[in-house]
Design a protein around this ligand. Structure first.
Ligand code: NDP
Length: 326
């Protein structure tokens, strides 16, 4: 079988190579999963570059989520699982390979009728959006949730989940052309980063203030948005796409007693009881299956075209996710 291998940390197209390896066998309590689709997320590119929160021992197979079919069950596993479509959401398995072995409990069954590409993206971003909205602040009905990276996959899931929960979203994007589709999908307000950001925020918020600010981008835009947080409001940093620091004015921190937090899904997955993880996915999976939660797809590539795929996924201003498909 084929697998993409990370041989050294560095530029994605140089640091990886396609290798042939023997098909793995499921051991006791394990399943063999034939991959069907797996996205290339920003965190995968950071991990390949050696700039993520953890570094796997090399060589390693990258890829942190995806969907596949169970093709064999090891000793002690219900043979009825063979044929199930499962997600592999444990952020540790190396999903960019034809087949992988996973513990029985780690493979979560999903609706086989659901869109396979959308299911492949269920493992990381929808649950991140859900946890960001639920874990930090008790939001009252109609509360403003503001976010940077409004057109990112996480940003789109935040918009959809906040709408369902009755919160309003104010999303900052850096390209005006994405505003219309976000508004159509349920965003309450979309503003474009730039010198007139404050004026745009004033137009949207008037005398109202933000309860929760979610940030995957960092930089000056966050400094501005933080100044619109309500007294006691919370900023959650969960990504650093711009490569710049998060800066909050001391006046905002002191006089409005702001809270600044961080969120890392890997930590949540590592520290949350298995049943709670399964039930969180069980809550979100139907929303992916019925199309309430979806992220645009820019392109799919076979594993053999990994260089084109990695290059495509690294481009700014893309039309959506790039995925490997089998
Ligand atoms: P997507 O690939 O779907 O979108 C990337 C977003 O980042 C786009 O909105 C893009 O804007 C924007 N962007 C890229 N570069 C820059 C830049 N230099 N300045 C400003 N904006 C930029 O991303 P995901 O939804 O998959 O992930 C979004 C972020 O969330 C990532 O940082 C990811 O690592 C993080 N994340 C963190 C998790 C955690 O546990 N902490 C879990 C899941 C995601 P444009 O379209 O204009 O290029």
């Amino acid at each position: 079988m084929k697998a993409l291998q990370l041989k050294e940390f560095g530029k994605p197209t140089v640091a990886t190579e396609l290798i042939e390896s023997p098909a793995p066998e499921p051991g006791p309590g394990q399943l063999l999963v034939a991959m069907e689709a797996s996205p290339i997320n920003p965190s995968d590119l950071l991990l390949i570059r050696g700039r993520y929160g953890h570094r796997p021992a090399l060589p390693a197979v990258p890829g942190t989520e995806g969907v596949g079919r169970v093709v064999a069950a090891g000793h002690g596993v219900d043979p009825g699982r063979v044929g199930e479509r499962v997600i592999v959401p444990t952020v540790a398995h190396g999903t960019w390979q034809d087949q992988l072995v996973i513990d029985d409990g780690g493979a979560i069954a999903v609706d086989p009728a659901a869109d396979v590409l959308q299911s492949a993206m269920l493992g990381i971003n929808p649950i991140t959006a859900d946890l960001l909205l639920r874990s930090f602040v008790d939001l009252s009905p109609g509360a403003w949730v503001a976010q940077t990276g409004g057109n990112s996959a996480v940003g789109r899931y935040v918009i959809a989940l906040a709408k369902q929960a009755g919160h309003r979203t104010l999303s900052v994007v850096r390209r005006p052309e994405v505003a219309a589709e976000l508004l159509e999908s349920g965003a309450d307000a979309v503003v474009v980063s730039g010198p007139d950001l404050r004026t745009q925020l004033k137009q949207v918020l008037g005398d109202e203030r933000i309860s929760l600010l979610l940030d995957p981008i960092a930089g000056e835009v966050v400094t501005e948005l933080a100044s619109w947080l309500a007294h006691g409001g919370t900023l959650v940093s969960y990504g650093g796409m711009s490569g710049t620091p998060v800066t909050v004015s001391p006046n905002d921190l002191i006089f409005r007693d702001l809270t600044v937090r961080g969120f890392w899904l890997k930590h949540w997955l590592d520290t949350t009881p298995h049943d709670a993880i399964v039930s969180a996915y069980a809550r979100l999976a139907p929303l992916v299956a019925d199309g309430s939660l979806r992220a645009p797809v820019a392109a799919t590539y076979p594993l053999e075209e990994f260089q084109d795929a990695l290059l495509h996924a690294s481009q700014p201003g893309g039309a959506g996710k790039v995925l490997f498909t089998w």
